[in-house]
Design a binder for this molecule. Sequence first.
Ligand SMILES: Cc1cc2nc3c(=O)[nH]c(=O)nc-3n(C[C@H](O)[C@H](O)[C@H](O)COP(=O)(O)OP(=O)(O)OC[C@H]3O[C@@H](n4cnc5c(N)ncnc54)[C@H](O)[C@@H]3O)c2cc1C
Length: 520
Amino acid sequence: ASTSQPRDDNATCKKTTVAILGGGMAGVAAAQALSNSSMHDFVIIEYRDTLGGRVMHTEFGRDPHGKPYTVELGANWVQGLGSPGGPENPIWTFAKKWVVKNTFSNYSSILTYNETGYTDYSSLLDEYSTSYDDAAVAAGDLLTENGQDQTARTGLALAGWRPKVDDMTRQAVEWWEWENVSANLSSGLKDWEDAYSPEESSFIYGVAGSNLTFNQFSDENNYVWDQRGYSRIIAQEASTFLKPNDPRVQLNSIVTNVTYSKDGVTIHKQDGSCVSAAYAICTFSLGVLQSDAVSYSPPLPQWKQTAIQKFSMGTYTKVFLQFNETFWPRDTQFFLYADPTRRGYYPVFQSLSAPGFIPESNIIFVTVVSQESYRIERQSDAQTQQEVMAVLRKMYPDLKIPEPTAFMYPRWSTTPWSYGSYSNWPPSTTLEMHENLRANVDRLWFAGEATSAQYFGFLHGAWYEGRDAGERIAGLLGKKCVIPGQCHEREYWERLNGSSPLADYSVLDGWVTNSFYSSS
Ligand SMILES: Cc1cc2nc3c(=O)[nH]c(=O)nc-3n(C[C@H](O)[C@H](O)[C@H](O)COP(=O)(O)OP(=O)(O)OC[C@H]3O[C@@H](n4cnc5c(N)ncnc54)[C@H](O)[C@@H]3O)c2cc1C
């Protein structure tokens, strides 16, 4: 059929039916969906030297035998597992299937500190939770009644959570709850690692995103500390349908231009080679889409560019330290620090020496996000180490804390195949805006964490989106349509409308002076 014919504008390009751009969770899920539909003519074009994308680990420190530990730079938790009889998070299914070592993150195992040392302000955690419960109900009403979205800050304030800007313990609690472990519904703490403050987050979709993952699956978050790396689930899943060194996987391949039309897509790589395909599935992160790293010919339409620039790419940074000994309480998982002047200044430490993790490791890591991430990315490791050590010495004023034996953190916002950590929905978002992020442009499709309306920011979001794109394209190529009625192009909105029509700009509405004439 003509639909399956590759565009033949460049006779030298390698031909394939489906080109998958990027070999992270979404790319592998798309390839697997194609394989399952007996569509084996695809290639995966991947920047890195391995599959996995933002599920990425590195060696760090030394174990008692001198062997380095493995720590995760990107995705680290399985978020929302599943309950008996209920739906199960596919990532949890993979974690069990491939026997990846992990431990329940107990968010109640937390001690609170300020610049004078241990100070118990843990009751504020409950105070926040009570307000959050009310806020969540209000956000649900806004969603179901098509109300105007607002900032999560407004939503929390209306529910009674109004921390003063100089109330640094409440600021620390809020950081922990919203930026890190947001959303405490009645059944317990839930995590959706926002990487953005309540001012920068959509109220409706911030709450909905949390509910969708943690009410549907379960409210548990399990931390993966497997020494083979979390990416094992992706590599092993890929091995079920790819051969070792499968020629369809092109590693170390940097896409620089995507030329698309209604007939096909040609992908140009930095090394001068090209791939010509009937369809392409672009799984680049929102950060990559927002950058100029890849050019599109013709330029992406205005509605698509608007959607890409509308959403935000957050940065979430784990700073790892290893010591000669575990000087912090061994039985506790989390340590919250309220800096006297700066919100989000090295606010949450997590111990890998805690029971069930890697007790002999003497590793602790501290997380920063957003502007603090950008700040420490711009300075030297030595400078950052000095800052973190000063904080630890304030938290434990009675101890003589030595310098760490190992220190390391990634710089996600400048990583050229990611440009940030994961996406977030800013205030005043609508579902229509997101449909435009998800929609295909001619034969160029989009899939990944950011295109998931329900699970953006999560590994399972990437997996569902990759699978969906693969299944739909298989259907368009004449294979059996796995999702009946859905094997068609995705819809988009050429124009997004606000709620203030021109006629409202009148004296009656408080708009006295005509602002619609020009000064010339
Ligand atoms: C610090 C951090 C912490 C996180 N924590 C969690 C967590 O605890 N739990 C959770 O569920 N999720 C977490 N996430 C999110 C999770 O990692 C992502 O949602 C998921 O991995 C995204 O998969 P993807 O396939 O959509 O994108 P990616 O993994 O980014 O895959 C896209 C691929 O495209 C490739 N690519 C990019 N540009 C080019 C180019 N020009 N040419 C060729 N290839 C290119 C990239 O190399 C990459 O492999 C975290 C992410 C980060 C960064």
